[in-house]
Design a protein. Structure first.
Length: 95
């Protein structure tokens, strides 16, 4: 789901959440002149599950990395599990 135009803000929901669960935040981001993009994390909402044993924050961060690159430059905003996924983009393992 997308709102607005301008630099991207990728919204990553928390555990047991979904892309529609951001309340008024996407509209506020759009009103501030940015493009809010809310997605379901892999294995949640309408997305297919990750392979067995690959459902942790690190695997989700790897799955989200391609989208973050396509939206670049993009700010990542996460809640709960989404914050762990966003943190995986800022500090990859071994980096």
């Amino acid at each position: 789901m997308e709102w607005g135009a301008g630099p991207a803000v990728l919204l990553l929901h928390g555990w047991n959440g979904f892309k529609e669960g951001w309340g008024p935040l996407p509209e506020a981001v759009a009103a501030a002149g940015m493009r809010a993009v809310a997605v379901d994390l892999p294995g949640t909402g309408g997305t297919p599950p990750l392979a067995a044993g690959r459902g942790g924050p690190e695997a989700m961060a790897a799955a989200v990395a391609g989208l973050a690159r396509r939206l670049a430059p993009a700010a990542l905003v996460g809640h709960s599990l989404g914050a762990q996924v966003a943190g995986g983009q800022a500090a990859p393992p071994g980096g």
